[in-house]
Design a protein around this ligand. Structure first.
Ligand SMILES: Cc1cc2nc3c(=O)[nH]c(=O)nc-3n(C[C@H](O)[C@H](O)[C@H](O)COP(=O)(O)O)c2cc1C
Length: 325
């Protein structure tokens, strides 16, 4: 072996973290029959013919003796919804399989559910890999699904989205780059996507003769009834719109609301008609969402929502959420 180098290990780890990977759990069974598994992102494909893969395990891993003793093991490529499972198998020595549904694969190796792909393998070669042992295995069986993968980058879990064609909404060069208000301006992108989405919802509002503020009141009350005008204004403050007792009375006159009391402390509840109207509009809005997700792709939509939630949290001055109380 070559001499130990004196590189900064933390910096080296950070440099390696730039290589984005999926996340796998590799399982086997120890000689006494105990299921064994670890989270590993050192997995890689090696050969198509014969089908071969590799991964490496730290010499300090408690699971190493089981992988050395059992020639069969399974690679589970995790889906985006299996972050908790990844964390469970990344903790040394815990009872990692407790309450997990497990099937038996070749050589009785434990197989986990709901992964993107599972590869059942037989050790072909083991190599010394410094403080790790490299296992190269021949794939003797596999299955896979369309579930989107869990991603690991720079020490954090991430979501994969497909890269779109560069967005160019306009031929005007001013839209690209130099202008202070170019098409890459976040405010423009957010506002435009909001208004384009909302314009489709508004078609349904128009049919029922509701304006934006009235729509808000109905949706807020469909989450929880008995709110006062003051309550609703607190929840509505992020929009810049303002609910007045006249707005509530106008909805009551149309049979959609029951208003008890006077002024801004009056309590408002949906009538049966109000609930029906609201449910129809919410169903229409959901159908619009489904149509957009169909076009974007499910995983892009999950990523977009994740980013929007982060943005809301980063810019939130401490406003209430409709679901808070
Ligand atoms: C995303 C991720 C990837 C990992 N990749 C590897 C790996 O490739 N090889 C390895 O030995 N440990 C890896 N680990 C750490 C092991 O999962 C961890 O040390 C585990 O606790 C070992 O369990 P054991 O000591 O019970 O065998 C990884 C952990 C995480 C969170």
């Amino acid at each position: 072996m070559s001499e130990q180098t004196t590189i900064d290990q933390k910096a080296f780890r950070r440099a390696l973290g730039n290589f984005t990977t999926g996340v796998t759990i590799i399982t086997t069974r120890s000689s006494d029959g105990t299921p064994v598994g670890i989270t590993a992102n050192s997995f890689n494909s090696v050969s198509l013919n014969p089908p071969m893969v590799l991964w490496s395990i730290a010499r300090t891993s408690r699971s190493l003796p089981a992988f050395e003793a059992n020639e069969f093991w399974a690679v589970h490529i995790l889906s985006g919804e299996q972050e908790a499972l990844s964390n469970r198998f990344a903790k040394s020595g815990e009872d990692k399989f407790a309450n997990l549904p497990v099937a038996n694969g070749v050589g009785d190796i434990p197989l986990l559910d709901n992964c993107c792909a599972r590869l059942q393998c037989k050790t072909a070669v083991r190599y010394d890999g410094g403080d790790h042992i490299i296992f190269v295995g021949e794939v003797i069986g596999f299955d896979h699904s369309d579930a989107p993968p869990l991603v690991f980058h720079a020490g954090r879990y991430a979501l994969a989205t497909h890269k779109s064609q560069p967005l160019s909404l306009s031929d005007n060069p001013a839209s690209r780059g130099n202008s202070a208000f170019g098409e890459d301006f976040l405010g423009y992108l957010l506002a435009r996507s909001h208004f384009q989405f909302y314009a489709q919802v508004r078609e349904h509002l128009d049919k029922t003769g509701l304006n934006d503020t009235e729509y808000f009141i109905l949706t807020i009350l469909s989450i929880k009834g008995g709110r006062s005008i003051d309550d609703m204004n607190r929840l509505f403050s992020y929009t810049g719109h303002h609910v007045t007792s006249q707005t509530a009375r106008s909805l009551a006159d149309r049979g959609l609301l029951r208003v008890t009391g006077e002024g801004n402390s009056a309590r408002c509840d949906l009538t049966d008609d109000g609930r029906n109207t609201t449910l129809h509009i919410i169903a229409a809005a959901k159908a619009i969402e489904v149509g957009i997700i169909d076009k974007l792709g499910y995983w892009e939509a999950v990523s977009l929502k994740n980013l929007l939630k982060q943005l809301i949290s980063e810019t939130d001055p401490g406003l209430a959420h409709p679901w808070d109380d």
